[in-house]
Design a protein around this ligand. Structure first.
Ligand code: NAP
Length: 311
């Protein structure tokens, strides 16, 4: 079997992967970026980004991530569409199957991110970025004095609901059961907040209005009584968890019980030569700027390791 050999392969083309590519390319390592199944990562489904330093007027998420890619390519990074379907990290160089090809790399930077979990409704999917969001920090600002709805029963849903009260006229938290996964303190804060209404045993069956290309309301159903009712809503935040994209590394990289990579300090993982960057390891901050910083760290560590090994 013929393998294509690389110094550095970066998995993922969000903020973390692209920033790692800029740094690795400027270090003359000619990195190969495998774009992954969501090219551009979370930014590609975000609208206006107003909190990335250096852009006081804000810029569109897809534009920001495209510019990062352009910058990396300018310094010699190579991009390839596709995802890693199998990985053998048992020895170096590491071996990766990308679609039908096997490639080898001395160093691997895993920046595959964590995908937001969605309800899975067609109307929800069509309205992502048009009133449906998975990130209150990114998009809350657009719903000043509006009706906001949050879905979920964990700490994220509580945290996002409380955060969104800064913007919304009213925040309605919708949860499918009457028991919450969130910590007691977050439940108490949410329940006692004057701007938050909590609907338990409630699910969303439809998001309106696909024909208008904007969120105008939802169809709710009470799972106990079976009754349905429509509600006016301007912004719908889905906070039902994230799924880190680590499937090909199960049993090789050390992962926590939810599948996130366990950091061994800096950008290091339990395997020498494999580094992590961005949301695949970070369940706390999940911001474009923190992911970019993590990509930078991973590339610097990769460069130092290769230099130390004489490559
Ligand atoms: P989580 O704890 O897994 O909660 C996900 C919630 O979404 C659950 O209540 C679940 O309902 C609901 N859900 C899942 N799939 C659904 C679906 N298809 N339709 C409707 N509802 C659905 O996720 P998380 O809130 O993102 O938290 C993840 C981890 O990060 C947790 O360990 C959490 O403690 C931590 N975290 C901590 C903080 C903090 O300490 N400030 C903030 C955020 C997150 P069910 O309960 O019915 O399964």
């Amino acid at each position: 079997m013929k393998f294509l050999m690389h110094n550095v392969v970066i998995l993922g083309s969000g903020c973390a992967g692209n920033t790692a590519a800029i740094y690795a390319a400027r270090a003359n390592l000619k990195p190969l970026v495998i774009t992954g199944h969501e090219p551009g990562g979370q930014l590609s489904i975000t609208s206006l980004v107003e909190n990335f330093p250096g852009f006081p007027e804000g810029l569109d998420g897809p534009v920001l991530v495209d510019r990062m890619k352009e910058q990396a390519q300018h310094f010699g990074a190579e991009y390839r569409d596709g995802s890693v379907l199998e990985a053998d990290l048992s020895q170096r160089p590491f071996r990766l199957r990308v679609e039908n090809d096997w490639i080898e790399t001395r160093v691997l930077i895993v920046a595959t991110g964590a995908s937001a979990r969605w309800l899975g409704l067609e109307s929800e999917q069509k309205l992502i970025g048009k009133g449906v969001s998975s990130c209150a920090t990114c998009d809350g600002f657009f719903f000043r004095d509006k009706q906001i709805m949050v879905v979920g029963g964990g700490d994220s849903a509580m945290e996002e609901s409380i955060f969104l009260t800064r913007f919304g006229r009213k925040v309605t938290l919708v949860h499918r059961r009457d028991q919450f996964r969130a910590s007691k303190i977050m439940i108490d804060r949410t329940m006692s907040h004057p701007k938050i209404e909590v609907l338990t045993n409630t699910v969303i069956d439809e998001v309106y209005d696909m024909s208008k290309g904007a969120v105008t309301g939802v169809k709710l159903r009470n799972t106990v009584t079976g009754e349905s009712a429509n509600r006016d809503v301007d912004g719908l935040f889905i906070a039902i968890g994230h799924v880190p994209n680590t499937k090909p590394f199960v049993g090789q990289l050390e992962l926590d019980p939810d599948g996130y990579i366990v950091s061994k300090g800096g950008a290091r993982t339990n395997i020498t030569g494999v580094f992590h960057a961005g949301d695949v390891q970070d369940r706390t901050y999940r911001q474009a700027i923190t992911a970019a910083g993590a990509g930078c760290m991973a590339a610097i560590e990769a460069e130092r390791l290769l230099e130390h090994e004489g490559h």
